[in-house]
Design a protein around this ligand. Sequence first.
Ligand code: 5GP
Ligand code: MN
Length: 357
Amino acid sequence: MDAIILIGMLTKIIKEEEIQKAWKYIDKGDKFVIVTHVTPDGDAIGSSLGLFHFLNELEKDNVSVVVPNDFPTFYKWMPCAKDIVIHEKYPEFAEQLIRDADVIFCLDFNEPKRIEKLASTVVAADGRKIMIDHHLNPSDFCRLVMSYPEISSTSELVFRLICRMGMFEQITKEAAECIYTGMMTDTGAFTYNSNHPEIYTIITELVKKGIDKDLIYRRVNQVYSEPRLRLMGFVLYEKMKTYPGQHAALITLSKEELKRFQYVTGDTEGFVNLPLSIEGTRFSVFIREDKDYIKISFRSVGDFPCNKFAAKYFNGGGHKNASGGEFYGSLEDAVKTFEQSLNEFNPNNFEELKNCD
Ligand code: 5GP
Ligand code: MN
């Protein structure tokens, strides 16, 4: 079937008035900045670069992507990833770009806190801000908010937005590669949040643009170092604790342990999912000692809302089945807090707590 017909059959998820407004801002805009969340993941980088390539195709030649800090090397193959401005490395340059922009896209995050040290500059900037995101409860700091938590990736939303503006033809192969990467990584290579049939209509069109989806999978998932694989072995053999009564599992890693395995950013990506392969495990937690705080990742399967757990005990949030949080204190205290919290709020016992915010 003709691409345009297939694309036209997609449900009109984004509201028409939002499409109109977004087009007006893009059409009139001259200097664009695309900002995404701290510790950018595949969807953050993929959606940002997907939009970047699209804007370039419209001959907007003043477009920058700004991220708060560096991102894993397995996303650096994406076309133009090397042009991304990392605020931690070039703070003044990044902030000047944001102050000068007349349109600022906020991609894959719902509140200023998620861009950490970039927050004050973005909030204070005069440019028109457009949020494109799929996290719950967007906060009110953008002029145009396109927030669709039912969509599994921001990259998919970027694709939908471009198509609804009538510009499917302006999606280049480069843009398609970035968009596909975001859709793939936010669904664990289409193993969760991936039952919406239209995802596959979109993939059909991306593949027709010439992307090599098998190669993209390998570039993201099969490019780790030997120490990283050994770290995974160590984690599974020695560092995973299970709580069968609560259908839960915990992995912890200290700074020393990470050093022992020559840890680099991204090496622990996916570890939190490993315990979910044990039958009956519905909630998995990974606590990692970072430079100056404790980073926690949560994953669940089924109804258990791990974002509520993250929000209630670890100052975090995210999606129902994939969320994160932070802890300030020792690793031991983080584990104690987790174990106490697990007694109160776990996959056996959460009905009455599900709706608490
Ligand atoms: P990850 O475990 O991969 O770092 O994060 C999974 C998801 O949880 C992210 O896509 C993001 O939505 C959310 N998330 C991670 N860390 C935080 C956090 O500290 N605060 C909030 N609100 N959400 C987070
Ligand atoms: Mn995302």
